[in-house]
Unconditional design. Sequence first.
Length: 118
Amino acid sequence: QVQLVQSGGGSVQPGGSLRLSCAASGIRFSIYAMHWYRQAPENSQAPEYTRELVATIRNNGITTYADSVKGRFTISRDNAKNTVYLQINSLKPEDTALYYCKTDLGHWGQGTLVTVSS
C-alpha cells in the first residue's frame, strides 16, 4: 500500500520561507518522478485535475517548475529517506494554497496548508 505523508507548511509573512516534506512508503521511490501541486483553499473540494503543478523532479534529478514559482521554489529528493522536499522562498500572498505531493503513479499526499499574510 502506497502512502505519502506530508509535513511542513504553516503561516508566514510575505517574503518568508517554508520547507515542505513528503515521505513515501510502499513504493520504489527512487525510480519514479515526484511532483508538487497546489490548490487554492477555497477550491479544496474541486477535482484533483484542477490542481496546479508547481514542480517536478525526475528520477535522474532533473527538475522543472511552473513559471509562477521559478527562482523561488526548489524541489529536491532524498532517495535514501524516500522523501521529496519543496523549499519555498520569497513567499507571496498568492502562494497561499494547499500543497500536495504526488507520485508518477497517481498517489497523493494528504495536503498541507501554506498561508502567506501580513
